[in-house]
Design a protein around this ligand. Structure first.
Ligand SMILES: *Cc1c(COP(=O)(O)O)cnc(C)c1O
Length: 418
């Protein structure tokens, strides 16, 4: 059973100060997750998690992760600016962007960030933009084809399509990029790839690591470049559905260690660091979207209207993603009602749940939508003139802190020219 980290009594108390809907994050859970990840990779001396800022771009979250030894992975100008203001410096910042504007490379370089190049053509672009290339630089690999793991009768446990993805360079282009960068003065190199998203498998990182480790060994043989790190990027998933098994990060770390011993050490690359850029794994389960049932409707189906909508959480509307729902205070009641739980957008895709078996919902009931701590608030938008909600932090001592106020109509109108 998926249990919320918030009780009905806590939610009622919070609601007195911060009306629903709001996103709330669990500091204790975030720290626990970060510590488990760091422990799983403690065998690697240079290991660092670069939290994918795009998942949950909030200074309070970034500062917690900084205290746990994490760096940040940025994808845009504002994420770089936020990370700088949060006190991340130099190689604590990874800059993994694509179709990158010149000013973003300039800021990343000024901050001393590690720049992760998405394409061979970006080598010249970077050199022309900066007038130099950084001494440490990373290149993103796209091995093409399909990436699959764990075939069974039901299909593949993990399947994704790098050959159809816009990211990264081919293996030959990567070697060419290394040669060029070396010629322009780069001294230390990293290799990065992101081959599958939200993987529920302890085998994803080890399989990806093997691909990257072999690529590294091959690149060293062909270019004589010094490999400083391998960046496994994001993609370790979370069980959004209650029946899904959770990944075991300790098993994942051990699987990567084995591949490291088998491929990297014999290739003389045993000093290389392992980096990760997890977003979802770090934060998704440590965030809830909290919303109140405000209307019910009985037509061809049973509908519960809530005060949150797809503007607060887009994943169900755009991916058909499942997010578990708990009716607070009714955790142990039978799920003997079938509902569509819907938001107020003029969009029929604005449904947090379809045909979901839940306890009987009464107006005023507070619902927790689970696993919204990553790619939740941050994907929000203003369609229908909807305003972004507040973000709150449930601190380790049980107190609640406002870490982003809710938008007001003035915010929404602020950019308009009347
Ligand atoms: C989105 C992204 C991540 C984080 O992905 P998760 O699925 O949240 O783990 C990491 N690295 C890059 C380059 C990304 O684009």
């Amino acid at each position: 059973m998926k249990m919320p980290f918030l009780t009905l009594a806590q939610a009622r108390e919070i609601k007195k100060t911060y009306p629903t809907p709001f996103h709330i994050y669990d500091e204790a859970g975030i720290r626990r997750t970060a510590r488990a990840l760091n422990a799983a990779f403690s065998w690697n001396r240079g290991f660092r998690e670069y939290f994918a800022v795009k998942a949950t771009p909030n200074p309070a979250i970034l500062k917690i992760l900084k205290e746990e030894g994490c760096g940040v992975d940025c994808s845009s100008l504002t994420e770089l600016m936020m990370s700088d203001r949060c006190g991340f410096h130099g190689h604590e910042i990874m800059f993994s962007s694509n179709e990158t504007p010149a000013e973003e490379f300039q800021l990343a370089d000024r901050l001393g960030a590690i720049i992760n190049l998405d394409d061979l053509t970006h080598v010249d672009f970077l050199y022309e933009t900066l007038g130099h290339v950084p001494e440490t630089v990373c290149c993103r690999l796209n091995p093409g084809g399909t990436f699959t793991l764990g075939e069974s009768k039901e299909g593949f446990q993990v399947m994704d399509n790098p050959g159809q993805a816009k990211y990264g360079m081919t293996p030959d282009q990567l070697v060419e990029a290394f040669r060029k960068l070396k010629g322009l003065g780069a001294k230390r190199f990293g290799i990065h790839a992101f081959l599958a998203s939200n993987t529920i498998s302890n085998d994803y990182y080890p399989a990806l690591a093997r691909i990257l480790f072999r690529t590294a060994a091959d690149a060293v043989a062909r270019t004589g470049c010094d490999i400083a790190f391998i960046n496994l990027s994001g993609g370790v998933g979370v069980p959004y559905r209650p029946e899904q098994p959770a990944n075991d990060i300790a098993v994942i770390g051990e699987g990567v260690r084995k591949a490291f011993e088998e491929v990297m050490v014999p290739a003389g690359l045993g000093d290389a660091a392992i980096f990760t850029e997890l977003g979802r794994f770090m934060l998704a389960p440590n965030g809830h979207l909290v919303t109140t049932a405000v209307h019910e409707k009985h037509i061809w189906k049973e509908y519960i209207g809530v005060d949150a909508c797809a503007a607060n959480l887009m994943r169900p509307a755009i991916y058909g993603a499942y997010h578990h729902i708990t009716v607070l205070g009714k955790e142990n009641e039978p799920c003997d009602h079938d509902y569509d739980v819907v938001g107020s957008l003029c969009e029929n895709s604005d449904k947090f749940a379809i045909d979901r078996s839940l306890p009987r919902i009464d107006m005023g009931d507070i619902l927790v939508i689970h696993d919204t701590g990553a790619h939740g608030f941050s994907m929000g938008y203003n369609y229908n003139g909807k305003l972004r909600s507040a973000e709150l932090l449930l601190k380790e001592d049980g107190s609640v802190e406002l870490i982003r106020r809710a938008e007001t109509p003035e915010d929404y109108f602020a950019t308009l020219v009347w």
